[in-house]
Ligand binder design. Structure first.
Ligand code: ADP
Ligand code: ZN
Length: 702
């Protein structure tokens, strides 16, 4: 019987890692004991190890079901490089290649076989599976089985039947980064997990700097281009909402001299593959992508992820942003947003007819759930509290709910372990506060001076307070009472009979002398010129925030018009009060000459001394590039060059040879014999054998 010691040895032997990370150990033990399990861990936490290690130790074949067809080859390459025999079956192969892979797997030549869910009911695969002696089925991205999530994939519904059809029921292990309770319940039910061991790891990623910036759409591309220039040599991913935006921004970047490629589902498979390879191989610096990019990508040295637009949920955001800094080194996650983005998201959501498997009632329930997720996302954009805390509280709260939902009996409750989550002990009090983000958005309550998110410090954060690793903790905020502006906007919408768009409303309130306005006689409106003293940007912001809060709605169509929303009546009540927040100052240098944020409207002024916040080593355990001394920096570059040469020779991405972290460890330890080389993070026996001599030669000469 294999045990955890064997697992630790395998971890060191194949991957060169010293110890399991939180959550991994429990999941590996459960699998080794033959128990089903569900691992909920954020992107980058190390889900794959949880089934890869058991696969090397257990008798029988491990089948990994993954939706990530384009990545299977890389995953298999990386495993082979670690000395683990693996193969894959998917639609990119010819029938002959598929037959060969199956034949080899049937002969017990590999530990692991990756398959796309669409393969599972192919007669040839069913036949193979019935004879292959499958000991473990690992389901990656298991949330794809649920219609509640955004990544629903119909073929996942066939996994349960596939498992039932096997002659001997294997252990089933499911993995996801999605924290919502409904999705998790679906996973357990649809995959038929039997009293699973559930591990939920802490969702904090201390090496990530979270940054939220309110920025008008027209400034976004310029901001991103400048950011890329200020971080030369750093790899970055930019997520955009539409294909068109990805192409426009990639063009801007290329024109400005930054190597960039667009990536979206509308491109040919070849183009997408090229973009991905160039990025992974460090041939280009930036990928500008829709959310089609990156699921499961393991490029460990992504230094920044910028969102050009607000995603539809915190889960989606965390998953995408989490692709930064997988090597544990400092990395930055920036979210650019504005009130207009919120309005667009809400509109898309209302228009979404769901999928046709659902009844009208079910589709509405799904939409309501999506609305809830969106509201939490909006809360993240608007909060003045700590962004790390906001995430933790959100995920913690979902963890609590999931624990209750998944484990109704005492016995089951014992199965739920939540690892490394500081909020877990705090019980009910947290629950209530945690609801706040959703309410603030959905009910459009005017927010008081207290934090909109209900988490984090209420007072403007003082310098040095908070986590020191997010833009809110590095800024001070002021809350502006804009009740008068909001009232005037509302009155103006009434004056023009809800028949004009936001541009005209702002013009009227400013008292513009534009010909068009005068010709239509709009200067006769009672509200004409009533906000002449208020900056235009401010009026626009208030209007947009009112639309996202439900006081106004903006209609669809070619000429969107401003109508009253469900809460419009409140603006005429005597106690109506409305606020927006704005950054008063920041102790964060931003990036040197910080590009004009929302041009004076809401965010803008940069005060206070520039601190060295960025690039400071938050994780406290690793050196960042800047920390290497002169000699070490030279060696680092030499090792990187060697890595690139080897990667070209073997036709694999550089990170598969060694991560940046491993190279930095080599600079620090300067190993010149096998035993010392094995001490380097990420060096296992196989890598020592195939790459060790060449790296040690370079180190000896240094
Ligand atoms: P996920 O699937 O959860 O997004 P991965 O399995 O791709 O994450 O792992 C992310 C990175 O962390 C990989 O580079 C992996 O090799 C590394 N990793 C995983 N487990 C450990 C560990 N115990 N010690 C050190 N590094 C680890
Ligand atoms: Zn913070």
């Amino acid at each position: 019987m294999v045990n955890l010691d064997d697992a630790r040895q395998a971890l060191h032997k194949y991957f060169g890692y010293e110890s399991f990370r939180p959550g991994q150990e429990g999941l590996v033990s459960a699998i080794l004991e033959g128990r089903d399990c569900l691992g909920v861990m954020p992107t980058g936490a190390g889900k794959s190890i949880c089934y890869q290690i058991p696969a090397t130790l257990l008798p029988g074949l491990t089948v990994v079901i993954s939706p990530l067809v384009s990545l299977m080859k890389d995953q298999v390459d990386a495993l082979e490089d670690a000395g683990i025999h693996a193969d894959f079956i998917n639609s990119t192969q010819t029938p002959e290649e598929q037959s060969l892979a199956l034949a080899q797997a049937a002969q017990g030549r590999c530990h692991m076989l990756y398959v796309a869910p669409e393969r599972l009911d192919a007669p040839r695969f069913v036949d193979f599976a019935s004879r292959a002696g499958i000991g473990l089925v690992a389901v990656d991205e298991a949330h794809c089985v649920s219609q509640w999530g955004q990544d629903f994939r119909p073929a996942y519904l066939g996994i349960g039947d596939f498992i039932k059809g096997l002659p001997d029921r294997p252990v089933v292990a499911a993995f996801t980064a999605t924290a919502t309770q409904k999705v998790r319940r679906d996973i357990v039910a649809m995959l038929g997990l039997k009293t699973p061991y559930v591990a939920v790891t802490g969702f904090d990623r201390p090496n990530l700097f979270f940054d939220v910036r309110k920025l008008q759409t027209k400034y976004k591309n310029g901001w991103i281009t400048r950011y890329a220039h200020e971080h030369p040599g750093d790899s970055g991913i930019v997520y955009c909402a539409t294909r068109k935006e990805t192409e426009a921004l990639a063009d801007d970047l290329n024109r400005s001299g930054i190597g960039a490629a667009a990536y979206h589902a509308g491109l040919s498979a070849d183009d997408r593959e090229r973009a991905q390879r160039d990025f992974v191989n460090d041939e280009i610096q930036v990928v500008v992508a829709t959310n089609a990019f990156g699921m499961g990508i393991d490029k460990s040295n992504v230094r920044y992820v910028i969102h050009h637009n607000m995603p539809e949920s915190i889960e989606a955001y965390y998953q995408e942003a989490g692709r930064a800094g997988r090597d544990g080194e400092p990395a930055r996650c920036t979210l650019l947003w504005n009130e207009g983005d919120i309005v667009t998201r809400r509109r898309l959501l209302d228009m979404d007819s769901g999928n046709d498997r659902l009844t009208g009632e079910q589709a509405e329930a799904v939409r309501a759930e999506h609305r809830r997720l969106l509201n939490v996302m909006i809360g993240y954009c608007r909060t003045t509290g700590c962004l790390h805390e906001y995430m933790l509280r959100y995920f913690g709260q979902e963890v609590d709910r999931a624990a209750a939902g998944l484990a109704p009996t005492e016995a089951d409750r014992g199965a739920v372990v939540c690892v490394g989550h500081p909020d877990m002990e705090n019980g009910e009090e947290e629950e209530d506060q945690g609801e706040a983000p959703a309410q603030a958005g959905s009910q459009g309550r005017s927010r008081s001076g207290r934090s909109a998110a209900g988490c984090g410090p209420e007072e403007p954060t003082a310098e040095g307070r908070g986590c020191g690793n997010c833009s809110n903790c590095m800024s001070t905020f002021e809350t502006l009472d804009v009740s008068d502006v909001a009232r005037a906007v509302s009155r103006c919408v009434h004056d023009v009979n809800q028949a004009f768009g936001s541009g005209k409303i702002v013009q009227i309130l400013k008292g513009s002398r534009s010909q068009d306005l005068l010709r239509r006689g709009l200067d006769g409106c009672p509200s004409y010129g009533s906000l002449a003293q208020v900056p235009e940007g401010r009026i626009r912001d208030v209007l947009n925030q009112m639309a996202s809060d439900g006081y106004l709605t903006i209609t669809e169509g070619r000429l969107p018009m401003v109508h009253f929303g469900p809460l419009a009546g409140r603006t005429v009540t005597p106690d109506f009060h409305y606020e927006i927040k704005r950054v008063q100052g920041t102790v964060l240098s931003g990036e040197g000459g910080r590009p004009a944020d929302d041009a004076g409207a809401v965010y803008g002024r940069t005060t206070g001394p520039a601190s060295q916040a960025e690039g400071r080593d938050r994780a406290g355990e690793t050196m960042s590039v800047e920390d290497l001394t002169g000699d070490q920096a030279v060696l680092f570059q030499e090792l990187k060059d060697l890595r690139t040469r080897i990667a070209r020779e073997i036709g694999k991405p550089p990170y598969i040879v060694f991560s940046d972290k491993s190279l930095r460890d080599m600079c620090r330890l300067k190993p010149t014999d096998d035993a010392a080389f094995l001490e380097v993070n990420g060096v296992g026996e196989h890598k020592l054998e195939v790459y060790g001599p060449r790296f040690m030669e370079v180190i000896r000469k240094s």
